[in-house]
Design a protein around this ligand. Structure first.
Ligand SMILES: NC(=O)c1ccc[n+]([C@@H]2O[C@H](COP(=O)([O-])OP(=O)(O)OC[C@H]3O[C@@H](n4cnc5c(N)ncnc54)[C@H](OP(=O)(O)O)[C@@H]3O)[C@@H](O)[C@H]2O)c1
Length: 314
C-alpha cells in the first residue's frame, strides 16, 4: 500500500527561492553537512522537488524571512539519494518505489534468478507480485503465479505467466507435486503459514525460497509472521542443497537509485506494465485523504485488490 506523494522537477521560476533556502540550511550541520540535500515543497497538489548542493551561503534575514513565511509549513528535508526524478506526474511511478524495487532487487540480489529457472510468485497479481512476474519473465524464467480470483487469473496470463494457479479452484500442493516433480527453483513467498510449508516442500535441488512477507497473519494480534513447526527443514535443505533467505527492501538501499532508473525507463518504453488499484473500480470512489488510506488498507486485506493499492493524500 502506498500513499501518493507526487514529485516533479522544480520549475525554473522557483529555482532562485530554493537556492536561497539551501543557503539558509548550511549553518545547521545536522541538516546540511555540506552534502547534497533535497527540499520538498508541498504546494497543495504537488510536491516540487529539487536536488542540489548546499551553497554554504547564509542569506540576509530580509531575504530569508518572506521565504520562510511562504514555505514554513511545507518544507521537509530528505537526502537526495531518496529522491528520484520522474519525467511526468503519473502515479504509475509510485508502483516502482516500493513494489517495483522489492520485486526487482529481491529477485536479482536475494533469489539470484537466472534464465530457464522455474520461478513461483505468490500473490502474483498483487502490488509486488505483478512486477515480480514481469521481472522474472524478462530474465527468461518460466513463471508460475498464484492468485485467488478469475479476474486475477486473466491479468496474470496477460502479464505472461506460464502457469496460473488459482488456489481457490486448484490445490497448490497437488499442482506443484504433480506438474513440477523436479521441484521449483525459486519461490517468492509473501503469504506464510501453510503456503510457506507447501512451497518449501516443493523446492528443487539447489532451489531458493525467498521470504518477502507473511500477509496471512498481518491481521493477527499474536504474531506478525505465522508460527510454524519446521523441524523437517534442516534435513530438507541439506539433501536438496537448497536455501531459505529473507528479503527486506530496506536492506538494499544502495540499489534503489539504479533499479528505480531502470524500472522507470522500462515503464516509459512500455516494457513494464504497472497496475494500480486506487479504489475507483472496486469501491466506486478513489481512496482519498486519511480515510482513503484506511479504506485502502482494508481493501488490501480483502484479497480482492489487483496490482498496487494506492491512496491520494491531497
Ligand atoms: N520485504 C519487503 O521489503 C517487502 C516490501 C513490500 C511488500 N512486502 C510484502 O510483499 C507482500 C505483498 O505486498 P503488496 O503490498 O504488494 O500487497 P499485495 O500483494 O497487493 O497483497 C494483497 C494480496 O495478497 C494475497 N493474499 C494471500 N493471502 C492473503 C490473506 N490471508 N489476506 C490478504 N491477502 C492475502 C491476495 O491475493 P491472492 O489473490 O493471491 O490471494 C491479496 O490480493 C506482503 O507480504 C508484503 O508484506 C515485502
Amino acid at each position: 500500500m502506498a500513499v501518493i506523494r507526487i514529485a516533479a522537477i522544480l520549475k525554473p521560476s522557483k529555482m532562485a527561492d530554493i537556492w536561497r533556502l539551501f543557503g539558509w540550511l548550511a549553518p545547521f550541520p545536522s541538516l546540511a553537512r555540506n552534502r547534497t540535500m533535497v527540499l520538498s515543497l508541498t504546494n497543495m497538489a504537488t510536491n516540487f522537488m529539487c536536488a542540489s548542493r548546499t551553497s554554504g551561503r547564509v542569506p540576509h534575514r530580509a531575504t530569508l524571512t518572506p521565504l520562510l513565511l511562504k514555505y514554513k509549513r511545507k518544507l521537509t528535508c530528505i537526502p537526495v539519494d531518496e529522491v528520484y526524478l520522474i519525467p511526468e506526474l503519473n502515479p504509475e511511478y509510485i508502483v516502482l518505489l516500493v513494489s517495483g524495487a522489492t520485486a526487482s532487487i529481491g529477485l536479482d540480489k536475494s533469489a539470484r534468478i537466472t534464465a530457464g529457472e522455474k520461478v513461483l510468485i505468490t500473490a502474483a497479481a498483487g502490488g509486488a507480485g505483478h512486477i515480480a512476474v514481469q521481472w522474472a519473465k524478462a530474465a527468461g524464467c518460466y513463471v508460475i503465479g498464484t492468485c485467488s480470483t478469475e479476474e486475477k487469473e486473466k491479468v496474470l496470463k496477460e502479464l505472461g505467466c506460464d502457469r496460473v494457479i488459482n488456489y481457490k479452484k486448484e490445490d497448490l500442493a497437488e499442482v506443484l507435486r504433480k506438474e513440477y516433480q523436479s521441484g521449483i527453483d525459486v519461490i517468492w513467498e509473501t503469504i506464510g503459514g501453510q503456503v510457506f510449508e507447501t512451497c518449501i516442500k516443493n523446492i528443487a535441488n539447489r532451489g531458493r525460497i525467498v521470504i518477502v512477507g507473511g500477509i496471512s497473519s498481518y491481521k493477527s494480534e499474536d504474531s506478525f509472521m505465522p508460527k510454524l513447526d519446521l523441524s523437517f527443514l534442516p534435513e530438507l535443505l541439506l539433501f536438496k542443497s537448497a536455501a531459505v533467505l529473507g528479503f527486506r527492501r530496506a536492506a538494499y538501499r544502495e540499489c534503489f537509485a539504479s533499479y528505480f532508473k531502470f524500472l522507470s525507463e522500462s515503464l516509459q518504453k512500455g516494457d513494464l506494465k504497472t497496475i494500480i488499484d486506487n479504489g475507483e473500480k472496486p469501491a466506486g470512489n478513489e481512496f482519498f485523504g486519511m480515510e482513503g488510506i484506511i479504506k485502502g488498507v482494508e481493501h488490501l486485506h480483502t484479497g480482492k485488490s489487483i496490482g498496487k493499492v494506492i491512496a491520494r493524500l491531497y
